[in-house]
Design a protein. Structure first.
Length: 582
């Protein structure tokens, strides 16, 4: 381990590699300030702070490194997750300055031995009728010896010639009758043979029909048995992996009454005591402090303004899956519409100070009566941006709304993303539906709504893109003469996690029991892929989607047990239908 290597993936320094010998550099400061070690273009990289973040070698263990966010306005992201304060940095990690800002990959040369990252037929029945042979007509004799002239002889005498003619005529007649009798016999034999053949063919047809029906029933039973047979996790992955997409998103909050972006109001980190001496409100290196207000009902919200530098917004990566061949995609609501879920504050947002309203209606910082020091407050953890009440409401008109800066969908094995738009968002659960426009059909999953029959212990398979799974990048070589810049793009490859239905949380609101849970209607699952897998499909052992992975929960620290949760697919089917909903 002789030097730090930074491979720039995007931004003004894309495709550049910087090396810093550890003999001369123990820490690196990245920013747009001319004094920064890793300098960014002050105009093109405007999401990077003057001194945005610092990479440092651990003095206690020189093989370890950390990255610290220096209270940047747009935040520092490690492997698509925003960090608060200091985080461990290992070779292969991807760092991004601000959502949508420049990225680089951290590495060491040579890598230490402990630098591995954590893992991620029809039958013709027509028979001719018998008896087609024409009948043979046998003429009757015209006399005893027809056609033979009779010669008169003297009475009482018969001539010799006459006797010879009579004998010859008798022989000829006998032969004729024999021929006619043989023809008649042959005719009878043919009729009998035709009848026998007809009945033989008819019996054979009936037997063949019975055999065909039996074979058809056996085939149908075999296909039905095969269809209902449990699938292995490998078979489920092979069938559905091309339908599981990676979602990259960034959003901001806007005031619908003014059309301007909404910011979290900050004040300078100082106050004047009774002696006129300026002191820090919060004794650390931050220059500004977040502010919060208390509403008439006693609830707290971050103080909002139409101007400022700390924008209300968010973003990151998530998972989803296609449900129609024309490009409709299901995902978690907190992935597809982040302003409709609990807000994730940046690291410098807490603790903060409280605003109080004076009798004359003016707002001022709430201060301690003895010292005059502003009152500090942690954060209102369950605040949902779209539900803020600070701008007032007019009937059902919402004063604020989220707006995507970008929301892109990438299919497995593909380097080029597809812009998406929000088609519909659930008001009842953590589900959203997106839409992409492509000219050809896309692969899709099968949906199996087994809400009424699912049981604890049933096998499940989860697909998605957990943040802990290593990211694979591919180079896109440009063939455009007007833009020869090559790009390094992420190539999605979904991860598979198996487990069971651990528990079924099914509410009975509106009934005599009136039972609900702290997680509402949900499936508790033993598969725990973690952050980044939100919005991914949960399959049963028949390969049908029964839920959407959306949350994890752990108590007592990292060593304690952890469980995850899935939204029953019935809530997603509501978004896919125009039928009345509960």
């Amino acid at each position: 381990m002789e030097r730090i290597v930074l491979r720039h993936l995007s931004g003004s320094k894309a495709n550049q590699v910087e090396e810093f010998p550890l003999a001369h550099f123990k820490d690196l400061v990245a920013g747009r300030d001319p004094s920064a070690t890793v300098k960014y273009d002050p105009d093109r990289d405007d999401l990077v702070g003057r001194q945005h973040a610092k990479i440092a070698q651990d003095p206690a263990d020189p093989t370890q490194f950390t990255i610290t966010d220096l209270n940047s306005r747009n935040g520092t992201y490690l492997n698509k997750q925003r960090i608060v304060g200091t985080a461990r940095l290992v070779p292969g990690d991807v760092v991004q300055f601000g959502a949508g800002g420049p990225e680089f990959q951290f590495d060491l040369e040579p890598r230490p031995n402990n630098s591995l990252r954590p893992t991620r037929t029809a039958i013709d029945g027509s028979i001719p009728a018998p008896g087609g042979a024409p009948a043979t007509r046998v003429p009757g004799p015209g006399g005893p010896f027809p056609g033979i002239p009779v010669t008169a002889t003297p009475q009482g005498q018969v001539g010799k010639a006459t006797v010879e003619r009579m004998i010859a005529q008798t022989k000829s007649d006998s032969r004729k009758w024999m021929v006619l009798g043989g023809v008649a016999l042959i005719f009878v034999v043919l009729i009998v043979a035709a009848a026998a053949g007809y009945w033989f063919l008819k019996s054979k047809q009936e037997i063949s029909g019975n055999i065909t029906d039996a074979e058809r029933r056996r085939t149908e039973e075999a296909e039905s048995s095969k269809k209902n047979a449990p699938m292995t996790a490998g078979q489920i992955v092979e069938k559905n992996k091309n339908s599981v997409v990676y979602i990259d998103v960034s959003w901001k909050l806007v005031n619908t009454q003014t059309g301007r972006q909404v910011y979290h109001f900050y004040v300078p980190n100082r106050w004047k005591d009774k002696d006129g001496v300026y002191r820090k409100i919060i004794n650390d290196g931050r220059a500004e402090v977040a502010t919060y207000i208390v509403l008439n009902d006693g609830t707290y919200e971050p103080a909002l303004t139409d101007t400022g530098t700390h924008a209300i917004g968010g973003g990151g990566g998530g998972s989803g899956f296609t449900v129609t061949s024309d490009g409709f995609i299901l995902t978690a609501r907190h992935v597809g519409a982040g302003w409709k879920t609990r807000y994730q504050y940046p690291g410098d947002a807490y603790p903060g100070v409280l605003w109080a309203q004076t009798p004359d209606g003016q707002w001022t910082l709430k201060a301690n009566g003895d010292t005059g020091m502003p009152v500090t407050y942690q954060i209102p953890e369950n605040w949902v941006p779209s539900e803020t009440r600070q701008f007032g409401r007019n009937g059902l008109r919402y004063p604020v709304e989220g707006k995507h800066e970008y929301i892109n969908v990438t299919f497995p094995g593909n380097k080029t993303s597809i812009p998406a738009k929000v088609a519909r968002v659930s008001d009842r659960h953590d589900v959203a539906m997106l839409k992409i426009d492509v000219p050809e059909a896309v692969p899709k999953v099968d949906i199996h709504d087994n809400y009424d029959t699912i049981k604890a212990g049933d096998n499940i398979t989860v697909l998605g893109y957990p943040a802990v799974s290593p990211v694979v990048y591919g180079t896109v070589t440009s063939q455009d003469v007007f833009n020869r810049e090559s790009q390094l793009k992420m190539v999605p490859d979904p991860s598979v996690t198996t487990g069971n239905i651990g528990r079924i949380l099914r509410g009975t609101e509106g009934t005599k029991e009136d039972v609900t849970s702290s997680f509402g209607d949900a499936y508790q699952v033993t598969a725990n892929p973690g952050a980044g897998n939100s919005g991914g499909p949960v399959f049963d052992d028949r390969g049908g989607v029964i839920g959407i992975y959306y949350a994890g929960r752990s108590l007592g620290g990292a060593t304690a047990g952890q469980v995850s949760f899935a939204v029953p697919i019935k809530f997603a089917k509501e978004l896919m239908s125009t039928a009345p909903q509960p």
